[in-house]
Design a protein around this ligand. Structure first.
Ligand code: 5CA
Ligand code: ZN
Length: 418
């Protein structure tokens, strides 16, 4: 499998070791899952499917930022306990991911439960001389990380501008370098805190991912994933923490960043409020196989804009797919299986994979409209139970490959309550 790596700006082969390690940055649970989140998690769901199909064991870890400024601010605004807000949004996220048939991570780890391992890692960075105090807060010195900047390749001016936008504090007095990120934030009045050798407080953002990835995956991760908005400063800083603590590079072999989904001309974001929620679409009775197809019809490397028209098109598409796999027979499906595998292995070209299924569906429907729905004798299809790919076996093979490789269930939609 080949995938686009931000650090080298190139499509690279993933390491072909038997076990593939994926670390994907999870949500900050202060609001519901929107389609941008869903598109990001779909990227790694597909990566997992392709790797498993190729025979790899996949170890997939995702965090959840269940303590951070935006969560405390929202809880305060809405008069909620931050723990209740996080628990509610995490439960909704998990329902949304299940409804979209995302393969779950092997470990889904909250920051609160990970505080001991985070404290250990901060202590290591202190021991290595990579941390310093500003008042009672602890900062990481990027000067200790010679490779800092090698993932996102931004100019210093760009880094400074983006850092302010994405939770950094370059203007704070007393820092050695304005870009130095916070490792441990000393307790402020009214804020939750945990005890530590550096005083009561809570972790900075980036160290959570370094510590959780190291604890649950060990060694070098194959893919560090998230949206493009995480490449800087988040992934740059968490890789720097991990590399300095380990005294070895790299933290990840590939840094994979999913492009942004927008709505009304702007990146869909909780802070801006231009959102389409998975849960709203679910409540509206949306066909979730169609929703998944609508997301799949975009490359993970291209930004795109959500519109209701995309969903309508996907509904029409999935209806044709369902009609075709319900036929008693169809054209040989083994080439479709080969093409879908080949397209997905090529930097997760999901739209290319969908086009291959479309071609089979149209041929099957055209054949069914004619006289002879049969085909030549089947050939065996690796990994799909030795199912023959042609004639009467073909529709079942297509349904299975669409289910397994694309995660789209083509069972007829049953009316609610039955
Ligand atoms: N908790 C941190 C990561 S440690 C965080 O960024 N949380 S988040 O809730 O803001 O985002 C969760 C994931 O969704 C991130 O990978 C982010 O890059 C991705 N994401 C957010 N908005 C969009 C969007 N509009 N399009 C695509 N992906 C998005
Ligand atoms: Zn993260």
């Amino acid at each position: 499998m080949r995938i686009f790596d931000t650090a080298t700006s190139s499509v690279r082969a993933l390491d072909s070791a038997p076990t593939a390690r994926l670390y994907v940055c999870g949500i900050t649970p202060y609001d519901a899952t929107h389609l941008g989140h869903a598109f990001t998690y779909l990227t790694y769901d597909l990566a997992q499917r392709v790797l498993r199909d190729a025979g790899h064991t996949v170890l997939y870890v995702q965090n959840v930022t269940d303590i951070d400024d935006p969560l405390l601010e929202r809880a305060d605004r809405d008069g909620l306990d931050w723990r209740d807000l996080a628990a509610r949004e995490i439960a909704l996220f998990r329902e949304d991911m299940t409804a979209l048939r995302m393969l779950p991570p092997d470990a889904y780890v909250g920051v609160v439960e990970a505080i001991p391992m985070i404290v250990d890692m901060v202590a290591e960075l202190v021991d290595r001389g990579a941390a310093y105090h500003v008042d009672d807060d602890l900062y990481f010195s990027i000067a200790a990380a010679p490779a800092f900047g090698d993932i996102s390749h931004l100019s210093r001016a760009e880094m400074l501008a983006i850092c302010t936008e994405r939770g950094g504090d370059p203007q704070r007095a007393g820092k050695k370098d304005p870009l130095d990120p916070l490792l441990w934030r000393a307790q402020r009045p009214g804020e939750p805190s945990w005890p530590s050798p550096f005083g009561p407080g809570r972790p900075g953002w980036h160290i959570e991912c370094s510590a959780i990835a190291r604890h649950h995956l060990g060694g070098v991760v194959d893919i560090q994933g998230g949206g493009t908005d995480l490449s800087f400063p988040h992934h740059e800083c968490s890789a720097a923490h991990a590399e300095v603590a380990a005294g070895a590079r790299p933290f990840a072999r590939s840094y994979v960043h999913t492009a942004m989904v927008s709505l009304d001309g702007h990146k869909m974001s909780k802070s801006r409020g231009n959102l389409e929620f998975v849960s709203r679409l679910r409540r509206a009775g949306t066909d979730l196989a169609a929703l998944r197809l609508a997301l799949l019809d975009h490359r993970h490397t291209d930004d795109w804009e959500w519109t209701a028209g995309l969903l309508a098109d996907a509904v029409a598409r999935v209806e044709r797919w369902r009609a075709a796999v319900a036929l008693p027979a169809g054209p040989d499906a083994t080439p479709v299986l080969a093409t879908v595998r080949e397209r997905l292995a090529d930097d997760l070209d999901a739209p290319g994979a969908l086009a291959a299924v479309d071609a089979w569906v149209e041929a099957a429907l055209a054949d069914a409209g004619g006289t002879d729905a049969g085909g030549p004798a089947g050939t065996s299809s690796r990994g799909f139970g030795g199912a023959a790919g042609a004639g009467g076996e073909a529709p079942a093979l297509v349904a299975r490959l669409v289910d397994t490789l694309l995660g789209v269930d083509l069972e007829p939609v049953r009316p609610r309550g039955s």
